[in-house]
Design a protein around this ligand. Structure first.
Ligand SMILES: [Zn+2]
Length: 611
């Protein structure tokens, strides 16, 4: 499912392996003893070259093992994949620690940048004390495991996993049932609370050994600017988009109040269980409850694809055709031989859509269980965005084979998906004519429930974690502070009283799994900035939601040139190449939804706004 991509990393990169599932086993051999006298520039270069070659080798091995694990789940393939990951991750930790000895040296730009990436590429720095290193990696794996196995059992012999619960959250319109599963899922996290507290202590210890103030500072250090400046950038972006969110929030609140009555307050926060999603992070599942009158777009892409007997390969061919129209080379033959497009009948697989670059050169693949639906049609364009990015930067040195910052990889796929407009479907011959502009409000509202509703959630997860890592939020206040942030940013409140002993942040995958979340906020902002710039390059003057870059060589060239930079340069250089701007800019998402904002403000007239 498309929205499920928030749960996992969609693209595999070297940085992927600096993820938290560390293990104490298989500490790599050191590349040389740490010496007392100052190292030379030549030694720094030799160190970087060796690190890069070794990490690439280990990453390729881990991708191969990961691919087999995801497409053929057995106890054996899980163990083999975990082992390969351990080797790659431990090497990453070791190189990060050794890289510190070249600090403050005058070095060529590329060597200095690679050392920087080695040091701040980690998301979890295990402490050097082997006992503590083992403990923190064990806790990280245990919390992720507990989350993955989490079940709510309303009756003794009837248990619901997250997939079952998500379906209820999406489809049920019974407030009592929604409240029941909301409460049930949040109860799985309570036991993680002491583990999380210990995890924070140990992770911070490791971060300090690498010279960072705490783990939050390590996470904020990846953005080519001082950590404090980056935090201020996020505040600035949020202030740009907040008025749009507040209008959407007010509209959804009175529509839900029409449906559910007093359980939804007239002017307070939205209750978290009525928005179609466990975390109230995207609201598109409740579109039917808030849909405008007579704004049906008038076509159903799913029905069109099905009536034409489109198969999975043809679905992917449409996606490839989009990129070919921009001037990108066709996908390699191995892509068609090695990808997984449909769910096999004879074995367990991970169906969650993802894009892979097994050898970090041209062994591109996607792994999906494609359904012939409009949603998967868009998802394919998104996943292929990752693949074309991966191939575009394959001429860079291995450490630069990643997106300009971690928001870019997800944003590129979504940028392309924004070009899947009715006009594009007409060009493909899937639609005979595009609906007129009077249908735009329905299309825009549906998209806003996904993309605008997500923004405050995308921001607040790490606002909470940064404060937890810095100690500003103490363990006693974990839950209280969580709900204070959800109220402040989302205007959402828990549907029932929460206790200080609860651990509601742990009910969201990325917290127990230790995956930073700010990248999703950035991707949500950046994709509209990219879309605005590229459609302008393509000469589109219509409303942004009707502009597609399909078939435009100039936009394609601009995209290709940016993707080819990988992370060889600080991300503002890549942003400049793509958009002519050096700052992230949320006015693009405002522009895109401008017609909707106007409509929402009309609907909200005389109604309370804000919380
Ligand atoms: Zn993705």
């Amino acid at each position: 499912m498309h929205r499920n991509r928030w749960l996992l990393l969609g693209a595999m990169t070297l940085a992927f392996f600096f993820s938290p599932a560390l293990s104490p086993a298989a500490v790599p051999e050191k590349t040389g003893p740490i010496r007392a006298q100052a190292p030379t520039a030549a030694e720094a270069k030799a160190f970087v070259d060796a690190a890069e070659a070794k990490l690439l080798e280990l990453a390729v091995e881990a991708s191969r093992a990961g691919w087999v694990q995801s497409t053929y789940i057995t106890d054996d393939t899980e163990i083999l994949a975990a082992k390969a990951n351990e080797r790659a991750i431990n090497a990453g930790v070791e190189y990060a620690k050794q890289a510190v000895r070249f600090d403050k040296m005058k070095l060529p730009d590329d060597v200095a940048r690679k050392l920087l990436l080695l040091k701040n590429g980690l998301t979890l720095a295990a402490p050097s004390n082997p006992k503590e290193s083992e403990e923190v990696t064990r806790i990280a794996a245990a919390m992720e495991g507990e989350y993955g196995k989490g079940k709510y059992c309303p009756q003794k012999d009837k248990c619901l996993d997250l997939e079952d619960i998500s379906k209820i959250m999406a489809e049920s319109r019974d407030p009592a049932q929604l409240l029941d599963v909301w409460r049930g899922w949040h109860s799985i996290a309570i036991q993680m609370r002491p583990q999380y507290q210990r995890f924070v202590e140990l992770a911070n210890k490791g971060a300090r050994e690498l010279g960072f103030k705490d783990t939050g500072a390590l996470w904020r250090s990846k953005y080519d600017m001082p950590p404090g400046d980056f935090a201020a950038e996020l505040d600035r972006l949020w202030e740009q988009v907040r008025p749009l969110y507040v209008s959407l929030h007010a509209y959804v609140r009175w529509k839900l109040r029409e449906k559910y009555g007093d359980v939804v307050p007239a002017n307070g926060p939205l209750p978290a269980h009525l928005l179609g999603n466990m975390w109230a992070q995207t609201w598109d599942n409740i579109y039917p409850l808030v849909a405008p009158q007579s704004a049906d777009p008038g076509y159903d892409l799913t029905q069109i694809l099905k009536s034409r007997k489109t198969d999975a390969v043809q679905m992917v061919k449409y996606g490839e055709g989009f990129f070919s129209s921009l001037g990108f080379d066709p996908l390699p033959k191995t892509f068609w031989q090695r990808s997984m497009f449909t769910k096999p009948k004879d074995r367990e697989v991970v169906c969650h859509a993802s894009a892979w670059d097994i050898d970090y050169v041209d062994d591109l693949r996607i792994k999906m269980c494609i359904d012939i639906t409009a949603e998967d049609f868009v998802t394919i364009h998104h996943e292929l965005g990752h693949n074309y990015y991966q191939r575009a930067y394959n001429a860079q040195p291995p450490l630069f084979r990643d997106s300009a910052n971690d928001g870019f990889h997800e944003a590129i796929g979504d940028t392309v998906a924004l070009s899947v407009t009715p006009e594009y479907l007409v060009k493909l011959g899937l639609l005979s004519s595009a609906p007129d502009a009077s249908k735009d409000i329905g299309l825009l509202l549906q998209k806003a429930l996904e993309k605008v509703a997500f923004l405050p959630f995308g921001l607040l997860i790490d606002q909470w974690r940064w404060k937890v890592f810095s100690g500003e939020i103490t363990p006693a206040d974990y839950n209280k502070a969580w709900w204070a942030l959800r109220l402040k940013y989302q205007g959402v409140a828990a549907p029932i009283a929460r206790k200080d002993e609860d651990f509601d942040p742990g009910a969201k995958y990325h917290v127990p799994a230790g995956v930073p979340y700010t990248r999703y906020f950035l991707a949500d902002i950046l994709q509209f900035q990219f879309h605005r710039a590229l459609t302008k390059t393509a000469g589109c003057t219509g409303p942004l939601n009707r502009c597609s870059i399909y078939g435009n060589a100039a936009a394609g060239k601009r995209l290709q040139d940016t993707l080819a930079m990988g992370q060889s340069r600080p991300w503002p250089d890549a942003l400049d190449a793509l958009t002519g701007q050096r700052q992230m800019d949320a006015t693009a998402i405002r522009d895109y939804f401008a017609p909707l904002q106007k409509w929402l403000d009309e609907q909200n007239k005389g109604k309370p706004v804000g919380w």
